[in-house]
Design a protein around this ligand. Structure first.
Ligand SMILES: [Zn+2]
Ligand SMILES: [Zn+2]
Length: 131
């Protein structure tokens, strides 16, 4: 029995431009095309570790914003992250190994559609949570 699936989250074409470093391009069953660059995907990595990191950063971010202290934290210049390799996980996700060594992120198509950087998907999939 096939699982009923939201057509908006079902890809008909997935291209991962590992060698050029251009990112991931997915065309969905509803005709929409999403483009993600690797740093964006790295920032939206859905693994437990990165979820933790983001939760911590949100906490710190809120604290720093209200304190108004003069000890500004210098932005860290990280080299632009790229993908070393990408592997299909069943037919529901892709796993990306990044050049910074992080490889535990499994990007389900469900998640990928939800983080599509375009405005239309932002409105549709990320309603009130916008910061
Ligand atoms: Zn991660
Ligand atoms: Zn979109």
């Amino acid at each position: 029995m096939p699982i009923p699936i939201d057509v908006r989250k079902k890809p008909i074409s997935v291209k991962v431009h590992v060698s050029t470093g251009q990112g991931v391009e997915i065309t969905w069953s509803d005709g929409h095309t999403s483009r993600y660059d690797f740093p964006y995907l790295r920032d939206h990595c859905p693994c437990a570790l990165c979820n933790d990191e983001r939760a911590k950063q949100e906490k710190f971010g809120a604290a720093a914003g209200s304190s108004g202290s003069s000890s500004a934290v210098l932005p860290m210049f990280k080299p632009r992250v790229k993908a070393k390799s990408a592997t299909a996980v069943g037919n529901y996700a892709i796993q990306i190994e990044f050049t910074d060594g992080h490889a535990t992120g499994i990007f389900s198509f469900d998640h990928l559609r939800a983080i599509c950087p375009c405005d239309a998907c932002g409105r549709e999939f990320r309603p009130a949570s916008a910061s």
